[in-house]
Design a protein around this ligand. Structure first.
Ligand code: 6PG
Length: 242
């Protein structure tokens, strides 16, 4: 029996529509509760239409703080940049204050320095000490065909990092910067958006094989302290037993 928070939707457009509904509700409730909302964004292709739809929503963006769950270690104007994708799809279309946008500093001299700088930015914003894990209101995630999430890729050192907020991710030869699993798991509301037949084998392992190794399927590391939602389309759910 699937959890009520694992929802199989007709197609990618339905995944985006369902995600838009929950994200806007959680943004408004966070702002109503504490006058601001923190959201960490996923990269890749699935969430782009969500960001485009969010640009049309009446969100009090002066109270919204935007972070990234992971970033390719490329300049912010590079075609592979998650920051570039989100700015073009959403942030450039709204009047969000520049200080509310918290991109991963990929202009740093080296990836380790980028990790340190982003971790310092998170600690300063959330007013936490070293060793403390802050809580994002909303954490958007995707999942790769290989079961990775954020830039936590199978059989990489990033999967073992438990005492840091940010770490280096490795996808083949491409260096990434990623939030760590323990930080992601602290989130109040985690939303996975998964679409496409290519995700079906990994999604079945992640959601329905309790014996599957997290090293093989890193998305299994995500066991939220708060809400954990999976919005998946029928193609991605093809090997799921409802
Ligand atoms: C990235 C993402 C990554 C993504 C998955 C799924 O930087 O690429 O953060 O974790 O969510 O690879 O990507 P798609 O949505 O493009 O399938």
């Amino acid at each position: 029996m699937l959890s009520s928070r694992i929802q199989i939707l007709a197609d990618k457009a339905a995944v985006v529509e369902r995600s838009l509904d929950l994200v806007t509700k959680r943004i408004h409730s966070a702002i109503a509760e504490k006058e601001y909302c923190t959201i960490s964004l996923a990269g890749g292709s699935t969430p782009k239409p969500l960001y485009e739809a969010l640009a049309q929503q009446p969100i009090p963006c002066e109270a919204l703080h935007v972070f990234w769950g992971d970033e390719r270690y490329v300049p912010s104007d590079h075609p592979d940049s998650n920051q570039k994708m989100v700015r073009q799809a959403w942030l450039d279309k709204i009047s969000i204050p520049a200080k509310n946008i918290h991109p991963v500093p990929t202009e740093a001299d080296d990836p380790q320095q980028a990790v340190a700088l982003y971790e310092q930015e998170l600690q300063a914003f959330f007013e936490v000490e070293a060793g403390e894990f802050p809580r994002f209101d909303i954490m958007l995630l995707g999942m790769g065909d290989d079961g990775h999430t954020a830039s936590l890729f199978p059989h990489t050192p990033a999967l073992e990092v438990s005492d840091r907020l940010v770490t280096i991710g490795e996808k083949g030869g491409q260096t990434r910067i990623s939030l760590t699993a323990p930080l992601i798991n602290r989130s109040q509301c985690i939303i996975f958006m998964v679409s496409g037949a290519g995700k079906a084998p990994a999604l079945a392992q992640v959601l329905q094989n309790s014996q599957a190794d997290t090293a093989d399927y890193p998305a299994r590391l995500i066991q939220a302290e708060g809400e954990l939602w999976w919005f998946v389309d029928e193609a991605a759910a093809a090997q799921i037993t409802p």
